[in-house]
Design a protein around this ligand. Structure first.
Ligand code: OXD
Ligand code: MN
Length: 583
Protein backbone atom coordinates (compact mmCIF):
# COMPACT_ATOMS: atom_id res chain seq x y z
CA UNK A 1 0.00 0.00 0.00
CA UNK A 2 1.68 3.21 -1.14
CA UNK A 3 -1.14 5.65 -0.59
CA UNK A 4 -3.72 6.32 2.05
CA UNK A 5 -6.27 7.23 -0.62
CA UNK A 6 -8.42 4.19 -1.38
CA UNK A 7 -9.68 5.51 -4.75
CA UNK A 8 -6.08 5.88 -5.94
CA UNK A 9 -4.96 2.54 -4.54
CA UNK A 10 -7.94 0.74 -6.09
CA UNK A 11 -7.35 2.32 -9.48
CA UNK A 12 -3.64 1.40 -9.44
CA UNK A 13 -4.53 -2.19 -8.57
CA UNK A 14 -7.17 -2.35 -11.30
CA UNK A 15 -4.73 -1.02 -13.90
CA UNK A 16 -2.06 -3.47 -12.78
CA UNK A 17 -4.39 -6.42 -13.19
CA UNK A 18 -5.38 -5.16 -16.64
CA UNK A 19 -1.89 -4.36 -17.97
CA UNK A 20 0.23 -7.01 -16.16
CA UNK A 21 3.42 -5.07 -15.48
CA UNK A 22 6.45 -6.92 -14.10
CA UNK A 23 6.98 -4.25 -11.46
CA UNK A 24 5.18 -1.28 -9.97
CA UNK A 25 7.06 1.85 -9.00
CA UNK A 26 5.57 4.84 -7.16
CA UNK A 27 7.50 7.93 -8.24
CA UNK A 28 8.73 10.20 -5.46
CA UNK A 29 10.27 12.79 -7.79
CA UNK A 30 13.67 12.61 -6.04
CA UNK A 31 17.06 13.25 -7.66
CA UNK A 32 18.10 9.69 -6.82
CA UNK A 33 15.06 8.26 -8.60
CA UNK A 34 15.72 10.43 -11.64
CA UNK A 35 19.38 9.37 -11.81
CA UNK A 36 18.43 5.75 -11.54
CA UNK A 37 15.88 6.05 -14.36
CA UNK A 38 18.22 8.01 -16.63
CA UNK A 39 20.99 5.47 -16.01
CA UNK A 40 18.68 2.58 -16.84
CA UNK A 41 17.46 4.28 -20.03
CA UNK A 42 21.05 4.88 -21.12
CA UNK A 43 21.59 1.15 -20.62
CA UNK A 44 18.66 0.22 -22.87
CA UNK A 45 19.35 2.90 -25.47
CA UNK A 46 16.14 4.86 -24.84
CA UNK A 47 18.41 7.79 -24.00
CA UNK A 48 21.98 8.43 -25.04
CA UNK A 49 24.22 10.87 -23.24
CA UNK A 50 25.33 13.87 -25.29
CA UNK A 51 28.82 15.38 -24.99
CA UNK A 52 29.32 15.65 -21.23
CA UNK A 53 31.73 18.58 -21.54
CA UNK A 54 29.80 20.80 -23.92
CA UNK A 55 26.27 19.64 -22.97
CA UNK A 56 26.49 18.44 -19.36
CA UNK A 57 23.66 16.24 -18.18
CA UNK A 58 21.95 16.36 -21.60
CA UNK A 59 20.45 13.33 -23.29
CA UNK A 60 19.15 12.41 -26.70
CA UNK A 61 16.00 10.42 -27.28
CA UNK A 62 15.17 9.22 -30.80
CA UNK A 63 11.56 8.21 -31.10
CA UNK A 64 9.97 5.79 -33.47
CA UNK A 65 9.91 7.64 -36.84
CA UNK A 66 6.12 7.26 -36.97
CA UNK A 67 5.71 8.88 -33.57
CA UNK A 68 6.95 12.46 -33.79
CA UNK A 69 3.96 14.76 -33.24
CA UNK A 70 0.45 15.04 -31.88
CA UNK A 71 -2.11 12.91 -33.69
CA UNK A 72 -5.27 14.97 -33.89
CA UNK A 73 -7.11 12.38 -35.99
CA UNK A 74 -6.60 9.79 -33.22
CA UNK A 75 -7.52 12.13 -30.36
CA UNK A 76 -11.07 11.77 -29.01
CA UNK A 77 -13.33 13.53 -26.56
CA UNK A 78 -15.70 10.94 -25.16
CA UNK A 79 -18.74 12.62 -23.61
CA UNK A 80 -22.15 10.96 -23.10
CA UNK A 81 -23.66 13.37 -25.57
CA UNK A 82 -21.97 13.84 -28.96
CA UNK A 83 -23.04 17.49 -29.10
CA UNK A 84 -21.12 18.27 -25.90
CA UNK A 85 -17.84 17.41 -27.62
CA UNK A 86 -18.82 19.49 -30.66
CA UNK A 87 -17.69 19.31 -34.25
CA UNK A 88 -14.33 20.70 -33.18
CA UNK A 89 -13.52 17.29 -31.69
CA UNK A 90 -13.54 13.67 -32.73
CA UNK A 91 -16.15 12.02 -30.57
CA UNK A 92 -16.75 8.46 -29.41
CA UNK A 93 -19.33 7.39 -26.88
CA UNK A 94 -17.62 6.59 -23.57
CA UNK A 95 -18.72 2.96 -23.41
CA UNK A 96 -17.41 2.13 -26.89
CA UNK A 97 -14.26 4.16 -26.28
CA UNK A 98 -13.42 2.42 -22.99
CA UNK A 99 -14.03 -0.97 -24.58
CA UNK A 100 -11.86 -0.22 -27.58
CA UNK A 101 -8.93 1.21 -25.68
CA UNK A 102 -9.14 -1.18 -22.73
CA UNK A 103 -8.68 -4.06 -25.14
CA UNK A 104 -5.41 -2.47 -26.23
CA UNK A 105 -4.26 -1.97 -22.62
CA UNK A 106 -4.84 -5.67 -21.91
CA UNK A 107 -1.38 -7.00 -20.97
CA UNK A 108 0.30 -3.95 -22.55
CA UNK A 109 2.82 -3.55 -19.70
CA UNK A 110 4.05 -7.15 -19.70
CA UNK A 111 7.81 -7.21 -19.20
CA UNK A 112 7.77 -3.55 -18.20
CA UNK A 113 7.64 -1.47 -15.05
CA UNK A 114 4.47 0.44 -14.33
CA UNK A 115 5.25 3.91 -12.96
CA UNK A 116 2.76 5.87 -10.88
CA UNK A 117 3.34 9.61 -11.21
CA UNK A 118 1.46 11.87 -8.78
CA UNK A 119 1.63 15.45 -10.06
CA UNK A 120 0.32 18.92 -9.41
CA UNK A 121 -0.46 21.31 -12.27
CA UNK A 122 0.39 24.74 -10.90
CA UNK A 123 2.20 25.89 -7.75
CA UNK A 124 1.89 23.24 -5.08
CA UNK A 125 0.16 25.63 -2.64
CA UNK A 126 -2.12 27.45 -5.11
CA UNK A 127 -5.90 27.18 -4.88
CA UNK A 128 -5.89 27.50 -8.68
CA UNK A 129 -3.78 24.33 -9.13
CA UNK A 130 -5.25 20.94 -9.97
CA UNK A 131 -3.98 17.42 -9.35
CA UNK A 132 -3.43 14.34 -11.41
CA UNK A 133 -1.87 10.91 -11.42
CA UNK A 134 -0.38 9.43 -14.57
CA UNK A 135 0.25 5.71 -14.78
CA UNK A 136 2.73 4.90 -17.54
CA UNK A 137 5.09 2.17 -18.66
CA UNK A 138 7.54 4.70 -20.11
CA UNK A 139 10.51 5.86 -18.01
CA UNK A 140 11.02 8.59 -20.66
CA UNK A 141 7.59 9.92 -19.69
CA UNK A 142 8.55 9.87 -16.00
CA UNK A 143 11.70 11.95 -16.46
CA UNK A 144 9.88 14.39 -18.74
CA UNK A 145 6.93 14.73 -16.34
CA UNK A 146 9.41 15.48 -13.57
CA UNK A 147 10.55 18.56 -15.46
CA UNK A 148 7.16 19.57 -16.81
CA UNK A 149 5.11 19.30 -13.59
CA UNK A 150 5.47 19.44 -9.81
CA UNK A 151 5.76 15.69 -9.46
CA UNK A 152 6.31 13.34 -6.54
CA UNK A 153 5.72 13.15 -2.80
CA UNK A 154 4.37 16.67 -2.25
CA UNK A 155 1.82 16.22 -5.00
CA UNK A 156 0.80 12.84 -3.57
CA UNK A 157 0.23 14.39 -0.13
CA UNK A 158 -2.05 17.04 -1.64
CA UNK A 159 -3.90 14.41 -3.69
CA UNK A 160 -4.49 12.42 -0.51
CA UNK A 161 -5.80 15.51 1.28
CA UNK A 162 -8.11 16.64 -1.54
CA UNK A 163 -9.17 13.22 -2.76
CA UNK A 164 -9.89 14.49 -6.31
CA UNK A 165 -7.44 14.00 -9.15
CA UNK A 166 -7.37 13.42 -12.91
CA UNK A 167 -6.63 9.81 -13.79
CA UNK A 168 -4.30 9.42 -16.75
CA UNK A 169 -3.39 6.00 -18.06
CA UNK A 170 -0.64 5.73 -20.65
CA UNK A 171 1.18 2.88 -22.33
CA UNK A 172 3.48 3.07 -25.32
CA UNK A 173 1.92 -0.24 -26.38
CA UNK A 174 3.74 -1.47 -29.48
CA UNK A 175 3.83 2.00 -31.16
CA UNK A 176 1.69 0.67 -34.00
CA UNK A 177 -0.03 3.78 -35.46
CA UNK A 178 -3.09 1.61 -36.08
CA UNK A 179 -3.38 0.91 -32.37
CA UNK A 180 -2.80 4.49 -31.23
CA UNK A 181 -5.52 6.46 -29.45
CA UNK A 182 -5.58 9.47 -27.16
CA UNK A 183 -8.95 9.41 -25.42
CA UNK A 184 -10.43 11.88 -22.97
CA UNK A 185 -13.40 11.30 -20.69
CA UNK A 186 -13.97 14.78 -19.25
CA UNK A 187 -17.08 13.73 -17.31
CA UNK A 188 -14.95 11.11 -15.54
CA UNK A 189 -11.78 13.27 -15.25
CA UNK A 190 -10.03 10.45 -17.05
CA UNK A 191 -7.49 10.17 -19.90
CA UNK A 192 -6.38 7.00 -21.66
CA UNK A 193 -3.52 7.15 -24.17
CA UNK A 194 -1.86 4.24 -25.94
CA UNK A 195 0.57 3.65 -28.77
CA UNK A 196 2.59 6.86 -28.66
CA UNK A 197 5.52 8.15 -26.63
CA UNK A 198 5.39 11.66 -28.14
CA UNK A 199 5.14 14.51 -25.60
CA UNK A 200 1.72 15.89 -26.47
CA UNK A 201 0.26 12.37 -26.57
CA UNK A 202 2.15 10.86 -23.63
CA UNK A 203 3.00 13.58 -21.06
CA UNK A 204 -0.60 13.57 -19.95
CA UNK A 205 -0.28 16.57 -17.63
CA UNK A 206 0.23 18.84 -20.62
CA UNK A 207 -2.28 18.95 -23.47
CA UNK A 208 -4.56 16.16 -22.22
CA UNK A 209 -4.99 17.36 -18.63
CA UNK A 210 -4.00 21.05 -18.54
CA UNK A 211 -5.99 21.89 -21.68
CA UNK A 212 -8.59 19.31 -22.76
CA UNK A 213 -9.77 18.08 -19.36
CA UNK A 214 -9.05 21.40 -17.60
CA UNK A 215 -10.98 23.46 -20.17
CA UNK A 216 -14.02 21.28 -19.49
CA UNK A 217 -13.52 21.54 -15.73
CA UNK A 218 -12.91 25.30 -16.01
CA UNK A 219 -16.25 25.80 -17.69
CA UNK A 220 -18.17 24.21 -14.85
CA UNK A 221 -16.03 25.96 -12.23
CA UNK A 222 -16.02 29.43 -13.86
CA UNK A 223 -12.41 29.84 -15.03
CA UNK A 224 -10.45 29.41 -18.28
CA UNK A 225 -7.75 26.91 -19.32
CA UNK A 226 -5.99 28.33 -22.36
CA UNK A 227 -3.20 27.66 -24.86
CA UNK A 228 -1.36 30.83 -23.83
CA UNK A 229 2.07 31.98 -22.82
CA UNK A 230 2.29 34.33 -19.83
CA UNK A 231 4.87 37.09 -19.88
CA UNK A 232 5.71 40.07 -17.68
CA UNK A 233 7.03 43.18 -19.44
CA UNK A 234 8.91 45.60 -17.21
CA UNK A 235 9.38 49.22 -18.25
CA UNK A 236 12.56 51.09 -17.34
CA UNK A 237 10.59 52.77 -14.51
CA UNK A 238 9.99 49.38 -12.92
CA UNK A 239 6.28 49.02 -13.82
CA UNK A 240 5.41 45.51 -14.94
CA UNK A 241 2.37 44.45 -16.93
CA UNK A 242 1.51 40.82 -17.54
CA UNK A 243 0.17 39.57 -20.87
CA UNK A 244 -1.36 36.22 -21.79
CA UNK A 245 -0.92 35.38 -25.47
CA UNK A 246 -2.56 32.58 -27.46
CA UNK A 247 -0.87 31.46 -30.67
CA UNK A 248 -1.19 28.08 -32.37
CA UNK A 249 1.52 25.45 -31.89
CA UNK A 250 4.96 26.37 -33.25
CA UNK A 251 4.04 30.02 -33.88
CA UNK A 252 6.60 31.52 -31.49
CA UNK A 253 4.99 31.39 -28.02
CA UNK A 254 8.27 30.24 -26.47
CA UNK A 255 10.20 33.02 -28.27
CA UNK A 256 7.79 35.72 -27.14
CA UNK A 257 7.67 34.40 -23.57
CA UNK A 258 11.43 34.79 -23.18
CA UNK A 259 12.07 37.68 -25.55
CA UNK A 260 15.29 39.63 -25.10
CA UNK A 261 14.77 43.40 -25.42
CA UNK A 262 16.75 44.75 -28.38
CA UNK A 263 19.75 47.06 -27.90
CA UNK A 264 17.49 50.05 -28.54
CA UNK A 265 15.40 49.17 -25.44
CA UNK A 266 17.78 49.71 -22.55
CA UNK A 267 16.18 49.21 -19.16
CA UNK A 268 13.31 47.02 -20.43
CA UNK A 269 13.02 43.52 -18.96
CA UNK A 270 11.01 40.45 -19.80
CA UNK A 271 9.85 37.95 -17.19
CA UNK A 272 8.70 34.51 -18.30
CA UNK A 273 5.81 32.93 -16.41
CA UNK A 274 4.93 30.28 -18.96
CA UNK A 275 5.35 29.44 -22.64
CA UNK A 276 2.35 27.26 -23.50
CA UNK A 277 -0.56 27.09 -21.06
CA UNK A 278 -2.34 29.58 -18.79
CA UNK A 279 -5.09 28.97 -16.26
CA UNK A 280 -7.04 32.15 -15.74
CA UNK A 281 -9.23 32.93 -12.74
CA UNK A 282 -11.10 36.03 -11.64
CA UNK A 283 -10.13 37.08 -8.11
CA UNK A 284 -12.50 38.67 -5.58
CA UNK A 285 -11.93 42.11 -7.09
CA UNK A 286 -12.74 41.00 -10.64
CA UNK A 287 -9.08 41.01 -11.71
CA UNK A 288 -8.16 38.17 -14.06
CA UNK A 289 -5.13 36.31 -12.69
CA UNK A 290 -3.00 33.69 -14.43
CA UNK A 291 -0.95 30.74 -13.29
CA UNK A 292 1.16 28.52 -15.48
CA UNK A 293 0.19 24.95 -14.63
CA UNK A 294 3.50 23.67 -15.99
CA UNK A 295 6.98 23.72 -14.45
CA UNK A 296 9.06 23.20 -17.58
CA UNK A 297 9.20 23.78 -21.31
CA UNK A 298 8.66 21.23 -24.04
CA UNK A 299 9.74 23.46 -26.91
CA UNK A 300 10.41 23.21 -30.62
CA UNK A 301 14.20 23.06 -31.16
CA UNK A 302 14.79 23.99 -34.84
CA UNK A 303 15.22 27.71 -35.34
CA UNK A 304 16.50 28.26 -31.78
CA UNK A 305 19.75 30.21 -31.86
CA UNK A 306 21.51 33.05 -30.10
CA UNK A 307 19.69 35.58 -32.25
CA UNK A 308 16.15 34.20 -32.34
CA UNK A 309 15.93 33.17 -28.67
CA UNK A 310 19.13 33.52 -26.67
CA UNK A 311 17.42 32.65 -23.40
CA UNK A 312 16.16 29.37 -24.81
CA UNK A 313 19.47 28.69 -26.52
CA UNK A 314 21.35 29.21 -23.25
CA UNK A 315 18.94 27.26 -21.07
CA UNK A 316 19.28 24.12 -23.21
CA UNK A 317 23.07 23.95 -22.85
CA UNK A 318 22.75 21.66 -19.81
CA UNK A 319 20.25 19.41 -17.98
CA UNK A 320 18.06 19.00 -21.07
CA UNK A 321 16.43 16.11 -22.85
CA UNK A 322 16.53 16.48 -26.63
CA UNK A 323 14.07 14.46 -28.66
CA UNK A 324 14.64 13.81 -32.38
CA UNK A 325 17.48 16.25 -33.02
CA UNK A 326 20.60 15.44 -35.06
CA UNK A 327 24.13 15.14 -33.65
CA UNK A 328 27.58 16.44 -34.64
CA UNK A 329 30.94 14.61 -34.77
CA UNK A 330 31.65 15.48 -31.16
CA UNK A 331 28.20 14.36 -30.08
CA UNK A 332 26.63 17.78 -29.59
CA UNK A 333 22.95 18.09 -30.45
CA UNK A 334 22.34 19.83 -33.79
CA UNK A 335 19.31 21.32 -35.46
CA UNK A 336 18.45 23.47 -38.45
CA UNK A 337 19.37 27.13 -37.89
CA UNK A 338 21.44 26.37 -34.83
CA UNK A 339 24.17 28.20 -36.76
CA UNK A 340 26.90 26.20 -35.03
CA UNK A 341 28.57 22.94 -36.07
CA UNK A 342 27.34 20.44 -38.65
CA UNK A 343 25.24 17.29 -38.44
CA UNK A 344 26.75 13.84 -38.94
CA UNK A 345 23.79 11.76 -37.71
CA UNK A 346 20.18 12.70 -38.42
CA UNK A 347 17.17 12.45 -36.11
CA UNK A 348 16.75 8.79 -36.99
CA UNK A 349 20.35 8.02 -36.03
CA UNK A 350 21.33 7.55 -39.71
CA UNK A 351 24.41 9.09 -41.36
CA UNK A 352 23.24 12.53 -42.37
CA UNK A 353 22.31 12.84 -46.02
CA UNK A 354 20.88 16.22 -47.05
CA UNK A 355 18.76 14.52 -49.70
CA UNK A 356 16.75 12.74 -46.95
CA UNK A 357 15.37 15.99 -45.58
CA UNK A 358 16.18 18.01 -42.49
CA UNK A 359 18.77 16.60 -40.08
CA UNK A 360 16.64 17.37 -37.01
CA UNK A 361 12.94 16.60 -37.21
CA UNK A 362 11.01 19.89 -37.72
CA UNK A 363 9.08 19.05 -34.54
CA UNK A 364 12.12 17.97 -32.54
CA UNK A 365 11.85 19.14 -28.95
CA UNK A 366 13.75 20.11 -25.84
CA UNK A 367 12.49 19.35 -22.35
CA UNK A 368 13.93 21.56 -19.67
CA UNK A 369 13.03 22.92 -16.25
CA UNK A 370 11.57 26.44 -16.44
CA UNK A 371 14.03 27.54 -13.75
CA UNK A 372 16.90 27.25 -16.22
CA UNK A 373 15.56 30.18 -18.19
CA UNK A 374 17.40 33.40 -17.30
CA UNK A 375 14.18 35.39 -17.64
CA UNK A 376 12.25 33.01 -15.33
CA UNK A 377 9.93 34.93 -13.03
CA UNK A 378 9.82 33.82 -9.40
CA UNK A 379 6.12 34.68 -9.57
CA UNK A 380 5.65 31.51 -11.64
CA UNK A 381 5.65 29.85 -8.20
CA UNK A 382 3.24 32.31 -6.64
CA UNK A 383 0.01 30.77 -5.35
CA UNK A 384 -1.95 33.85 -6.48
CA UNK A 385 -0.54 33.98 -10.00
CA UNK A 386 -0.14 37.33 -11.77
CA UNK A 387 -2.71 39.97 -12.80
CA UNK A 388 -3.31 40.03 -16.56
CA UNK A 389 -3.58 43.42 -18.33
CA UNK A 390 -4.00 42.12 -21.89
CA UNK A 391 -4.99 39.00 -23.74
CA UNK A 392 -3.33 38.71 -27.14
CA UNK A 393 -4.43 36.37 -29.92
CA UNK A 394 -2.37 35.69 -33.01
CA UNK A 395 -1.76 33.40 -35.90
CA UNK A 396 0.60 32.82 -38.76
CA UNK A 397 -0.93 34.77 -41.65
CA UNK A 398 0.97 35.83 -44.78
CA UNK A 399 -1.71 38.36 -45.62
CA UNK A 400 -4.65 40.23 -44.21
CA UNK A 401 -4.20 40.42 -40.43
CA UNK A 402 -2.41 43.65 -39.43
CA UNK A 403 0.65 43.63 -37.21
CA UNK A 404 -1.55 44.51 -34.26
CA UNK A 405 -5.09 45.65 -33.48
CA UNK A 406 -7.23 45.99 -30.40
CA UNK A 407 -10.74 44.67 -29.93
CA UNK A 408 -13.32 47.28 -29.03
CA UNK A 409 -14.48 45.51 -25.89
CA UNK A 410 -14.51 42.03 -24.34
CA UNK A 411 -17.29 40.52 -26.45
CA UNK A 412 -15.77 41.85 -29.64
CA UNK A 413 -12.50 40.33 -28.38
CA UNK A 414 -14.22 36.96 -28.12
CA UNK A 415 -15.11 37.27 -31.82
CA UNK A 416 -11.49 38.20 -32.59
CA UNK A 417 -10.33 35.07 -30.72
CA UNK A 418 -12.98 32.87 -32.32
CA UNK A 419 -11.86 34.10 -35.77
CA UNK A 420 -8.18 33.17 -35.34
CA UNK A 421 -6.82 31.26 -38.30
CA UNK A 422 -3.26 30.13 -38.88
CA UNK A 423 -1.07 28.17 -41.24
CA UNK A 424 -0.57 24.66 -39.87
CA UNK A 425 2.88 23.60 -38.54
CA UNK A 426 4.83 20.42 -37.86
CA UNK A 427 3.57 20.19 -34.26
CA UNK A 428 0.78 17.90 -35.48
CA UNK A 429 0.78 15.16 -38.10
CA UNK A 430 -0.73 16.44 -41.38
CA UNK A 431 -0.18 19.09 -44.05
CA UNK A 432 2.01 22.04 -43.12
CA UNK A 433 1.28 25.61 -44.26
CA UNK A 434 -2.46 25.28 -44.86
CA UNK A 435 -4.61 28.03 -43.34
CA UNK A 436 -7.12 26.56 -40.91
CA UNK A 437 -9.48 28.07 -38.36
CA UNK A 438 -7.94 27.75 -34.91
CA UNK A 439 -10.18 29.69 -32.49
CA UNK A 440 -8.23 30.98 -29.50
CA UNK A 441 -5.41 28.65 -30.74
CA UNK A 442 -7.48 25.92 -29.05
CA UNK A 443 -8.65 23.87 -32.05
CA UNK A 444 -6.67 20.80 -30.99
CA UNK A 445 -7.17 21.36 -27.26
CA UNK A 446 -10.67 22.47 -26.36
CA UNK A 447 -12.27 19.61 -24.44
CA UNK A 448 -15.85 20.54 -25.36
CA UNK A 449 -18.07 22.15 -27.99
CA UNK A 450 -16.53 25.40 -29.24
CA UNK A 451 -19.96 27.06 -29.27
CA UNK A 452 -20.28 26.42 -25.52
CA UNK A 453 -16.68 27.53 -25.05
CA UNK A 454 -17.37 30.87 -26.75
CA UNK A 455 -20.44 31.27 -24.56
CA UNK A 456 -18.25 30.63 -21.53
CA UNK A 457 -15.77 33.30 -22.69
CA UNK A 458 -18.65 35.75 -23.34
CA UNK A 459 -20.05 35.14 -19.85
CA UNK A 460 -16.99 36.82 -18.29
CA UNK A 461 -18.34 40.18 -19.51
CA UNK A 462 -21.08 39.88 -16.86
CA UNK A 463 -18.72 38.77 -14.11
CA UNK A 464 -16.26 41.67 -14.01
CA UNK A 465 -16.00 45.26 -15.15
CA UNK A 466 -12.20 45.24 -15.13
CA UNK A 467 -11.41 42.54 -17.62
CA UNK A 468 -8.19 42.69 -19.64
CA UNK A 469 -8.20 44.35 -23.06
CA UNK A 470 -8.03 41.95 -25.99
CA UNK A 471 -5.63 42.29 -28.96
CA UNK A 472 -4.64 40.43 -32.11
CA UNK A 473 -1.10 40.33 -33.52
CA UNK A 474 0.47 38.87 -36.64
CA UNK A 475 4.28 38.71 -36.84
CA UNK A 476 4.16 36.76 -40.09
CA UNK A 477 3.02 39.16 -42.84
CA UNK A 478 4.95 38.72 -46.08
CA UNK A 479 5.41 40.74 -49.24
CA UNK A 480 4.64 39.23 -52.66
CA UNK A 481 8.18 37.80 -52.81
CA UNK A 482 7.70 35.91 -49.56
CA UNK A 483 9.86 38.26 -47.46
CA UNK A 484 8.66 38.95 -43.91
CA UNK A 485 7.54 42.56 -43.51
CA UNK A 486 8.22 42.76 -39.77
CA UNK A 487 11.57 41.77 -38.20
CA UNK A 488 9.90 39.89 -35.33
CA UNK A 489 11.70 38.26 -32.38
CA UNK A 490 13.10 40.88 -29.93
CA UNK A 491 11.62 43.71 -31.99
CA UNK A 492 8.14 42.43 -31.12
CA UNK A 493 8.66 44.33 -27.88
CA UNK A 494 7.81 47.47 -29.86
CA UNK A 495 4.35 46.04 -30.47
CA UNK A 496 3.98 44.92 -26.84
CA UNK A 497 4.79 48.50 -25.83
CA UNK A 498 1.82 49.79 -27.80
CA UNK A 499 -0.38 47.12 -26.24
CA UNK A 500 0.80 48.13 -22.76
CA UNK A 501 0.25 51.78 -23.64
CA UNK A 502 -3.32 51.00 -24.59
CA UNK A 503 -3.80 49.24 -21.27
CA UNK A 504 -2.51 52.19 -19.22
CA UNK A 505 -4.10 54.83 -21.42
CA UNK A 506 -0.89 56.28 -22.84
CA UNK A 507 -1.01 55.02 -26.46
CA UNK A 508 -3.16 56.32 -29.29
CA UNK A 509 -5.23 54.44 -31.81
CA UNK A 510 -7.47 54.95 -34.82
CA UNK A 511 -10.81 53.25 -35.13
CA UNK A 512 -11.32 50.90 -38.10
CA UNK A 513 -14.09 48.41 -38.87
CA UNK A 514 -12.08 45.54 -37.35
CA UNK A 515 -10.98 47.37 -34.18
CA UNK A 516 -8.44 49.96 -33.01
CA UNK A 517 -5.12 50.14 -34.86
CA UNK A 518 -2.03 52.10 -33.80
CA UNK A 519 -2.11 55.70 -34.95
CA UNK A 520 0.64 56.53 -37.45
CA UNK A 521 3.97 56.77 -35.64
CA UNK A 522 2.68 55.07 -32.47
CA UNK A 523 4.80 51.96 -33.02
CA UNK A 524 8.37 53.04 -32.45
CA UNK A 525 10.46 52.01 -35.48
CA UNK A 526 13.55 53.98 -34.53
CA UNK A 527 16.65 52.14 -35.70
CA UNK A 528 14.67 49.51 -37.60
CA UNK A 529 15.07 48.78 -41.27
CA UNK A 530 11.33 49.12 -41.86
CA UNK A 531 10.06 51.87 -44.14
CA UNK A 532 7.02 54.06 -43.51
CA UNK A 533 5.39 52.39 -46.48
CA UNK A 534 5.90 48.94 -44.96
CA UNK A 535 4.48 50.16 -41.66
CA UNK A 536 1.48 51.46 -43.53
CA UNK A 537 1.03 48.08 -45.16
CA UNK A 538 1.41 46.33 -41.81
CA UNK A 539 -1.08 48.63 -40.15
CA UNK A 540 -3.85 48.96 -42.70
CA UNK A 541 -7.15 47.21 -43.16
CA UNK A 542 -7.91 45.96 -46.65
CA UNK A 543 -11.69 46.13 -46.51
CA UNK A 544 -12.28 43.95 -49.57
CA UNK A 545 -10.00 41.19 -48.25
CA UNK A 546 -11.61 41.45 -44.82
CA UNK A 547 -15.06 40.99 -46.35
CA UNK A 548 -13.89 37.74 -47.90
CA UNK A 549 -12.33 36.72 -44.57
CA UNK A 550 -15.51 37.51 -42.68
CA UNK A 551 -17.56 35.45 -45.15
CA UNK A 552 -15.36 32.51 -44.28
CA UNK A 553 -15.53 33.29 -40.53
CA UNK A 554 -19.34 33.54 -40.79
CA UNK A 555 -19.60 30.21 -42.57
CA UNK A 556 -17.40 28.64 -39.89
CA UNK A 557 -19.25 30.14 -36.93
CA UNK A 558 -22.66 29.28 -38.34
CA UNK A 559 -21.58 25.68 -38.84
CA UNK A 560 -22.05 25.45 -35.03
CA UNK A 561 -25.78 25.89 -35.65
CA UNK A 562 -28.19 26.64 -32.84
CA UNK A 563 -25.53 26.46 -30.15
CA UNK A 564 -23.70 29.47 -31.57
CA UNK A 565 -24.10 32.19 -28.91
CA UNK A 566 -26.40 35.09 -29.77
CA UNK A 567 -23.83 37.63 -28.54
CA UNK A 568 -21.21 36.25 -30.89
CA UNK A 569 -23.65 36.42 -33.82
CA UNK A 570 -24.36 40.04 -32.92
CA UNK A 571 -20.67 40.91 -32.78
CA UNK A 572 -20.20 39.23 -36.13
CA UNK A 573 -23.15 41.03 -37.73
CA UNK A 574 -21.92 44.36 -36.40
CA UNK A 575 -18.46 43.85 -37.87
CA UNK A 576 -19.84 42.80 -41.24
CA UNK A 577 -22.09 45.88 -41.29
CA UNK A 578 -19.11 48.13 -40.54
CA UNK A 579 -17.10 46.60 -43.37
CA UNK A 580 -20.02 47.19 -45.72
CA UNK A 581 -20.23 50.87 -44.82
CA UNK A 582 -16.45 51.25 -45.16
CA UNK A 583 -16.29 49.92 -48.73
C1 OXD B 1 2.96 21.97 -27.99
C2 OXD B 1 1.95 22.01 -29.06
O1 OXD B 1 3.73 20.99 -27.90
O2 OXD B 1 1.16 22.96 -29.07
O3 OXD B 1 2.99 22.90 -27.17
O4 OXD B 1 1.93 21.11 -29.92
MN1 MN C 1 1.35 24.25 -27.39
Amino acid sequence: MKTSLPSLQNWVEAVASQTHPDKIHWCDGSDAENEQLVGAMCGTGVLSPLNEETYPNCYLHLSDPSDVARVEHLTFICTQNNEDAGQNNNWMDPETAHKKIDALFQGSMRGRTMYIIPYCMGPIDSPYSRLGVEITDSPYVVVNMRMMTRMGMEALRRIETEGTFVKGLHSTGDLDPNKRFIMHFPEELTIKSIGSGYGGNALLGKKCHALRIASYQARTEGWLAEHMLIVGVEEPNGNVQYLACAFPSACGKTNLAMLIPPESHKGWKIWTLGDDIAWLHLDDTGQLRAINPEAGYFGVVPGTNEKTNKNAFDMIQSDTIFTNVATTTNNDPWWEDKNLGAPVKDWQGRDYDPSSGPAAHPNSRFTVSAKQNKSYSELADSADGVPISAIVFGGRRKELAPLVYEAKHWKHGVLVGASVASETTAAAIGDVGVVRRDPMAMKPFCGYNFADYWQHWLSFADKSDRLPKIFHVNWFRQDNKGKFLWPGFGENLRVLRWIMGRCNGSANAVETPIGYLPKKGEIDTDGLDVTDQTMQELLSVNVEQWKIEMDSVGEYLHSYGERLPEDLKNEYDELVAKLKIAS
